[in-house]
Design a protein around this ligand. Structure first.
Ligand SMILES: [Cu+2]
Length: 480
């Protein structure tokens, strides 16, 4: 009877979970809003032209399939000769829209649901300064069918809970039967000891398989792409090997003894309170090993942070919710000063355009570096704490509002070389955010390109400087 009661309770839970799942899909315009704010607001507004056209009613003028293709890779669509794409591109003076190939169809559909909902909101004039909550309700239908995956996940989760409960109940019943019969139905001592042994074998086997199958996908498999990276990798390997050996030895002892010395009900355990020699041994050896590892780490860190290289190129990395910008110091190698009061729609980084050092600065939303040329990164955050993580270069530094941080290093492998090395023609270096900084944190990613010297020069020539010196007009701020 108890089981029946339990099961009926769980049917209720299943029903609640399904309602919850449907609720989730109703939030897709909400998801679209997050994606829109994270990826599109740099260039688009709903009701006015920014860098790209106003997006109001774009769902009325274009087909959904076209929009999905466009947002994923507008340039590919233009190059394929699609007449609408070519026209839009021309109308906007051939400004290039970023491609968003990592957005899934469903994510784009939520984006479009959000744009549609916003299109139906009466426009607010910029001076009004009153936020009008967007009606998102009716806009969700198109994306409502998309959450089957999460429904199935919920179902599996609930099945797992029900199964666990059933097993627990069955073992309880077996216990009762044992009580009645006067001798246990199951010998738990023996069962558990065998389970411990099985856990050891399956666990170690799975660990070994994991290394064998997936280590080629780690960032270590292709080697580091920076000068200090080799030392970093070597430290990592030494630590991994030492802890790996200790791990295997301790796990084998732990589980093997659990199996071997299971109680047979007769043998008595030996009382063995302590042994000074062994205590000394397992205190002193780890202390020495850890000291060596830590001191080597400290020395390496000092070396990495002390390299005030006069020739290093100054680049500012600017983090905001949710994206990155890079600002290059230009020919004078001096970054212009900045002031948070200047941060606005046009001057997103708040660069002080009256500072002559800022005039030749260049701002991009990709990071371009020159191979074998040291760079000195100055990090700045607009809003919350982010963390700049360049896994292939073994670089990571927190980016904190109001607290300048830096990291200097030298890239040693170009993107092209790395592509050949990895045999992956589509590979790109990345800069990722490594602090959970908000709803769209997972999208904080900037492409990094390492050029040869010539290519870097060529690329830099195509970039606009921040202030055109001839007109010395602060309004000529050109972002991206
Ligand atoms: Cu972040």
């Amino acid at each position: 009877m108890k089981i029946v009661k339990l099961l009926s309770k769980f049917t209720l839970l299943v029903a609640i979970a399904f309602t919850f799942t449907l609720k989730l899909s109703a939030q897709s315009a909400e998801e679209g809003k997050t994606l829109y704010n994270a990826n599109c607001t740099a260039c688009h507004a709903i009701n006015e032209k920014v860098v790209g056209p106003a997006l109001k009613d774009v769902h009325k003028r274009r087909e959904e399939a076209w929009l999905i293709k466009w947002i994923k890779n507008s340039q590919a669509l233009v190059k394929s000769g699609d007449p609408v794409a070519v026209q839009v591109y021309k109308e906007n003076n051939e400004a290039m829209m970023t491609s968003f190939e990592n957005l899934s169809d469903n994510e784009i559909k939520s984006l479009l649901a959000y744009i549609k909902a916003e299109s139906e909101t009466p426009a607010v004039t910029a001076t009004a300064g009153v936020a009008v909550p967007a009606p998102t309700a009716g806009a969700t239908a198109s994306a409502a069918s998309t959450d089957w995956d999460s429904a199935i996940n919920w179902l599996l989760f609930i099945i797992a809970i029900v199964l666990t409960l059933i097993i627990a109940t069955v073992s309880k019943i077996l216990g009762r039967i044992g009580d009645i019969q006067g001798k246990p139905v199951v010998n738990w001592n023996k069962t558990n000891s065998i389970l411990l042994l099985a856990f050891l074998i399956i666990g170690l086997g799975a660990t070994a398989w994991e290394f064998w199958a997936h280590s080629k996908h780690t960032v270590f498999s292709s080697g580091s792409a920076s000068e200090h990276g080799a030392e970093y990798d070597s430290m990592f390997m030494v630590t991994l090997i030492i802890t790996g050996i200790v791990f295997v030895i301790t796990q084998v002892l732990l589980f093997w003894y659990g199996y071997k010395y299971k109680s047979d009900g007769k043998r008595k355990a030996l009382y063995y309170p302590d042994n000074h020699k062994i205590e000394l041994l397992w205190t002193v050896i780890p202390a020495i090993v850890l000291t060596i590892l830590v001191v080597r780490g400290l020395l390496t860190w000092d070396e990495m942070m002390d390299n005030k290289n006069e020739k290093a190129r100054n680049i500012e990395i600017y983090a905001y919710q949710f994206g990155w910008n890079a600002r290059y110091a230009g020919a004078d190698n001096k970054l212009g000063s900045h002031n948070f009061r200047e941060v606005g729609k046009v001057n997103a980084l708040g660069v002080d355009t009256n500072d002559v050092n800022a005039h030749d600065d260049v701002i991009t939303n990709e990071l371009h570096l020159e191979v074998n040329q040291p760079v000195d990164f100055a990090f700045r955050a607009k809003d919350v704490i982010h963390s700049a993580y360049l896994p292939h270069f073994r670089v990571q530094m927190n980016v904190v509002p109001g607290l300048p941080t830096r990291f200097a290093f030298k890239p040693t492998v170009t993107t092209a070389e790395m592509r050949t090395k990895m045999n992956k023609p589509e590979f790109d270096y990345v800069l990722l955010c490594n602090k959970i900084c908000g709803g769209a944190h997972y999208r904080m990613k900037m492409k990094v390109v390492v050029h040869t010297k010539e290519d870097y020069k060529k690329w830099m020539k195509t970039q606009k400087v921040l202030v055109n010196k001839k007109t010395a007009n602060a309004s000529a701020v050109a972002l991206n």
